[in-house]
Design a protein around this ligand. Structure first.
Ligand code: ACM
Length: 466
């Protein structure tokens, strides 16, 4: 009992009941629920435990609607009868811990924030040029060397400045298992991403034999931006990454593993006789096809584990197997493009859901990669192209973290824009006025959770103009 509730015998106790039931009601699907609050009775019906979990989040929000100061009258819940079913089955948030290591406690807190908004996937970007964060027992140097860099970009990348401070860290498999079970208990699945065969400078620094110049000892990349140093095409490197994936699937039980496949500079492959030989041996159409060959080869390995694989949309032109789940990031049009090629798609166009962009154009915004991307524009993004209802798996908010070295900055960029993405994913659009009207109250809830959201837009007029 919390201190503010007083001693039990001070109160005229009246029993209330909270009843959960699992029912057979197909229109509720895997995540929907019916919630009734009537007098002293609260009942929650769903087809799954997941539905119960989301109903409890709604109950929690309703409880905080009747805001009364602590120590005054008890909170009462409004009478309600709602049937609530999500529009999109995949409602995710990418968290980039490769650019800046954040402690496990940060990730657990993110899971709480996600669950509160009924997001059901935490997309964990675990590796990149600037850091490798996943402990691999067979290859300890990946985390112990690849997890640390001598310094980091300071200010905007374009300024070419560095902070002169060593940075790093990684998650043990034990910690990640804690994260996975903590998230699962809150209805959130964790999808790990190993970004390959590009964005791999940290791995190549740890094991130079993975790279195209094994005689050169690289450092973990300090500058933001894209490294030219990518994986080579040797059988030994494929086997190495298969072993890494074997450990990854052991830690992360989710159906999907993300294999990356974005932004791969081809210079190293173009000047490598080994890579050219691989192109010939596999009958590929030039060096550009080696990237999708890499993803496909690793994807097949995941399928042998009974898993599915995901990739960024960069390899669509060359082609990926239909079974690849595509993350369409380069533009909104890429969603339709991937659908037309027979893929399942998660819609994450950078122009609308990349929350590393500043929300406002205020000079008081902390340094951001770009911007502004106002809340209104985020809300207005419709992830399902006309005529494709039911064919887009979902959407995500994307917290790329080059410019987010501290948890408080992640909150600042994430909120309130993540609430708009949550709303669009769960309820669809067409309720912007109601959404904006409810926002101030929701911001109070976020404050009470300790979320330090962006306050600049509140005074900019943007939120008042809807
Ligand atoms: C990406 O933003 N490079 C997926």
């Amino acid at each position: 009992m919390s201190p503010s509730t007083g001693r039990a015998d001070d109160m005229a106790a009246e029993a209330a009941t909270l009843r959960f039931s699992l029912i057979d009601e197909p229109e509720l699907g895997d995540e929907g629920y019916r919630l009734r609050i009537n007098g002293q009775n609260v009942s929650i019906h769903a087809q799954t435990e997941q539905g119960h979990v989301w109903a409890l989040q709604t109950l929690r929000q309703l409880a905080s609607c009747t805001a009364v100061p602590a120590g005054s009258a008890p909170r009462t819940l409004p009478g309600v009868a709602v049937t609530d079913v999500p529009r999109l089955p995949w409602r995710g948030v990418l968290v980039d811990v490769a650019r800046w290591y954040q402690p496990l406690s940060f990730l657990l807190g993110m899971v709480d924030r996600l669950a509160m908004h009924k997001f059901n996937v935490l997309h964990l970007h675990l590796t990149d040029d600037q850091g490798w964060r996943f402990e691999v027992s067979r290859y300890p140097r990946l985390a112990e060397i690849g997890g640390f860099r001598a310094e980091s970009s300071s200010g905007h990348l374009d300024e070419g400045r560095f902070d002169g401070t060593r940075h790093g860290g990684y998650y043990t498999q034990k910690e990640l298992r804690i994260l996975v079970s903590y998230a699962a208990a809150r209805g959130v699945q964790v999808m790990p991403e190993l970004d390959l065969p590009g964005h791999m400078q940290a791995a190549v620094s740890a094991y130079p034999g993975l790279g195209n110049r094994p005689d050169v000892q690289l450092k973990v990349r300090a500058a933001w931006g894209i490294s030219p140093h990518i994986l080579n095409t040797r059988d030994t490197t494929l086997d190495f990454m298969r072993h890494v994936l074997d450990e990854l699937v052991d830690v992360f039980p989710f159906d999907y593993i993300h294999l990356g496949g974005d932004e791969i500079p081809l210079d190293e492959w173009r000047s490598s006789t080994e890579a050219r030989q691989r192109v010939n041996d596999e009958g590929l159409n030039g060096a550009a096809a080696l990237a999708s060959w890499w993803i496909t080869t690793m994807g097949r390995h995941l399928q042998e584990h009974g898993r599915k694989f995901a990739a960024w949309d960069d390899q669509l032109e060359v082609g990926l197997p239909r079974e690849a789940l595509i993350f369409a990031w380069q533009s909104a049009a890429r969603v339709g493009y991937a659908l037309a090629r027979g893929h399942e798609v998660v819609a994450v166009p950078e122009q609308f859901v990349y929350l590393d962009r500043a929300e406002t154009d205020s000079p008081r915004e902390p340094t951001a990669i770009d911007g502004p991307l106002p809340l209104s524009q985020v809300y207005d993004y419709e992830p399902v192209p006309a005529g494709a209802e039911g064919r887009v798996l979902g959407s995500q908010g994307m917290l790329w973290a080059e410019y987010l070295p501290r948890p408080s900055l992640v909150d600042w960029r994430a909120f309130p824009r993540l609430t708009a993405i949550a709303e669009r994913c769960w309820s669809g659009g067409g309720r912007k006025r109601e959404y904006m009207a409810a926002l101030p109250h929701h911001l109070l809830r976020l404050t009470s959770m300790g979320v330090r959201y962006n306050t600049l837009a509140a005074t900019s007029g943007e939120r008042k103009s809807v």
